[in-house]
Design a protein around this ligand. Structure first.
Ligand code: ATP
Length: 253
């Protein structure tokens, strides 16, 4: 599948456990090559939504479609960057990325062209010196960049990121946002990006999905005033995102 310019549509999605409803009546349309950031209070079901899109759990009610066909996650190339980066202790940074490409393309070996692409990705993600290191030899910021490099390398149709920058200090986080966006612009894909940081949601996302809880549902979807994602450093100091951030904080309180 697919390069079709078509939205991934969720209609009236609900998810409940034996204990309680977790998501209710959630409808959403995710366009191709757009970044959707998701914010909301703890327990609003943000990770549950991501897990549904990844195919890790199945919604109790509602339907999901892509190109008017039922959306079955197992039939699509989906990249997931979890909160803890999901790196394996026995794999170097380079092995992690190469193995992910092999798995996603169902190949035993990469071609010279594909290996050159991986090397370029390491350059783009500023990881050249770290490529032979194991996770315990990498800083948090470096591990997180390896996890993102691995996700980009898979050329996924859907990129799912669960608070990827939450463990980073403020300056490393700003650098990671810029690096992520510059790489995303080179390799754009439909992206859902969970964050607790309202400013990050506006800077990184084209659209901000605001969720509320008990049960988890969408409260509002707001276009980000930051439309040019290549100008992040200018946007950090401009007034407009700050005004929208103040509004969003009000929505969350
Ligand atoms: N398998 C499960 N069984 C029971 N309850 C669950 C299960 N998965 C999630 N929950 C509950 O569903 C609710 C939503 O959880 P979820 O992790 O999706 O929220 P979240 O918005 O991502 O929260 P946070 O911001 O704290 O990460 C929580 O109350 C959680 O305890």
């Amino acid at each position: 599948m697919t390069n079709v310019k078509t939205p991934l549509v969720l209609q009236k999605i609900g998810y409940e456990t034996a204990e309680k409803p977790i998501l209710a009546d959630l409808s959403l349309s995710l366009a191709e090559n757009q970044i959707y950031t998701v914010i909301g209070p703890s327990g609003a079901g943000k990770t549950t939504l991501l897990r549904i899109l990844a195919g890790l759990i199945t919604p109790t009610t509602g339907e999901m479609t892509l190109a008017q066909q039922p959306y079955r996650p197992s039939q699509h190339r989906i990249a997931l960057v979890p909160q803890d980066y999901g790196l394996l202790p026995w794999q170097t940074a380079q092995q992690a990325v190469i193995d992910a490409v092999k798995t996603s393309r169902q190949q035993k070996k990469l071609t010279d062209v594909e290996l050159a692409e991986v090397r370029q990705l390491f350059k783009d993600m500023e990881l050249v010196k770290e490529n032979q290191r194991y996770p315990n030899q990498l800083s948090g910021g470096q591990k997180q960049r390896v996890a993102i490099a691995r996700a980009f390398a898979c050329e996924s149709e859907l990129l799912l990121m669960d608070e990827p920058f939450s463990a980073l200090d403020a300056l490393t986080r700003e650098k990671a946002q810029a690096l992520f966006l510059s790489n995303w612009l080179k390799r754009p894909t439909r992206t859902l990006f969970i964050t607790h940081d309202v400013t990050e949601a506006l800077l990184v996302g084209h659209q901000v999905i605001v969720m509320e809880k008990e049960p988890g549902r969408i409260k509002e979807i707001l276009p980000s005033p930051v439309t040019d994602k290549s100008q992040l450093e200018d946007d950090r100091t401009s007034q407009e995102p700050f005004e929208t951030a103040a509004y969003l904080r009000g929505q969350l309180s």
